[in-house]
Design a protein around this ligand. Structure first.
Ligand SMILES: NC(=O)CC[C@H](N)C(=O)O
Length: 374
């Protein structure tokens, strides 16, 4: 079945559908990871985005239950150069194409993803439409132009859980970072409240494996609701879209700062910075992939990190109470901050990896240390 991708600048790519029938719109962005397509599909931070993989062949190790980062795919659409017809891996439980169809994900292959990515890199992230039902170029480009984009929209409300829950799952036990260190069984350690703005599951898995009792609260919770849990530490999760419209989350963070140690990842980092008085801005095409170099300013160490963000904290707006701790070596943007008075720090990248390198796992231990010293 033919599928088409149209961009707001008038470019149209014609390829073949590998997913569900239908039509979706969203911001077209690219991810440079060679593996981890299942984690990307199920990362709630991709809500509202059509994701192109730069690696040319995707799907060759299939899909499985333990690589899910949430219950279901969240991205708007998926683009690959070639979808592998063979899924060969001892962990594989099914094929990528079946998974995409099962969850109604509109997806396309056999387009020139290099040309698409070069266009995004020079023009910046663009709105687009991916369709198997409308194959008329003019109509598709008009729809891409009319698509709402990400700026100014609260996408967290579409992915945050309705109810609190107690987290009970370890990191998947085929990795060397699993329960071996005693995680899970000794969840009598510090009580961490995780505000879930669209949290990737590997984050609470890591906290649980460090012995934390993890209570997951909806991202819409108030400071009173968080503090009523008597947390030893508060975690601010990743999540989709533009951080600036999330005024309620910012208020909650302002209400809990200084009352317990705070650790934020990605959207959580942006929200902590906003709560301290900084501003965020939309990047030209963002950072998405498992090979993003970041420097830890304290000692110059370079970490290769997993990232997925299209917004960033604006350095010019940084208040005196925040100190930059990490910086991107690709473009110099802020990748981590620490509060000078309160016990609070955050990073723009993903120490839980999933998928990606494990260089930054030490941040979970740092949070635990912070929790113990408050
Ligand atoms: N992974 C995330 O939390 C992403 C944060 C935010 N939605 C951004 O794109 O910058």
């Amino acid at each position: 079945m033919t599928a088409k991708l149209a961009l707001e600048d008038g470019t149209v790519f014609t390829g073949t559908s590998i997913g569900a029938e239908g039509e979706v719109d969203g911001e077209v962005c690219f991810n440079t990871s060679m593996t981890g397509y299942q984690e990307i599909l199920t990362d709630p931070s991709y809500r509202g985005q059509i994701v192109t993989m730069t690696y040319p062949q995707i799907g060759n190790y299939g899909v499985n239950e333990s690589d899910l980062e949430s219950e279901r795919p969240h991205l708007a659409g998926f683009i690959v150069r070639e979808h592998s017809r063979v899924a060969s891996n001892f962990r594989s439980e099914g094929s990528l194409a079946d998974y995409l169809k099962e969850w109604g994900v509109v997806a396309i292959e056999s387009i020139d993803t290099r040309a698409l990515v070069r266009r995004i890199r020079s023009t910046g992230a663009m709105r687009g439409v991916l369709s198997t039902t409308d194959l008329d170029d003019e109509s598709l480009v008009a729809k891409a132009k009319a698509s709402p984009g990400l700026v100014g929209r609260d996408l967290v409300k579409e992915v945050t859980p309705e109810m609190p829950c107690e987290w009970q799952e370890s990191v998947s036990d085929w990795t060397h970072l699993s329960k071996a260190e005693g995680g899970g069984e000794k969840a009598e350690g510090p009580h961490v409240v995780a505000l879930d703005f669209g949290m990737k599951w590997n984050i609470p898995r890591h906290l649980y494996d460090q012995g934390c009792q993890v209570t997951v609260l909806p991202g819409t919770s108030t400071a009173e609701e968080v503090l009523a849990q008597e947390p030893d530490g508060i975690f601010l999760s990743n999540g989709p879209g533009d951080p600036e419209p999330l005024t309620q989350a910012v208020e909650t963070i302002q209400g809990v700062l200084g009352k317990a140690p705070v650790f934020g990842i990605c959207l959580g980092h942006q929200l902590l910075s906003l709560a301290c008085g900084a501003k965020t801005f939309k990047m030209k095409f963002g950072h998405r992939g498992g090979n993003q170099p970041v420097q830890r300013l304290e000692d110059g160490t370079v970490e290769i990190t997993s990232q997925n963000h299209g917004f960033a904290v604006d350095e010019e707006s940084l208040p005196d109470c925040l100190e930059v701790t990490h910086r991107s070596l690709n473009d110099g943007t802020i990748e981590g901050v620490r509060h000078r008075e309160h016990n609070a720090f955050s990073v723009q990248y993903h120490p839980e990896a999933s998928a990606g390198p494990h260089d930054s796992h030490y941040l979970f231990a740092e949070f635990l240390k912070a929790v113990g010293t408050m």
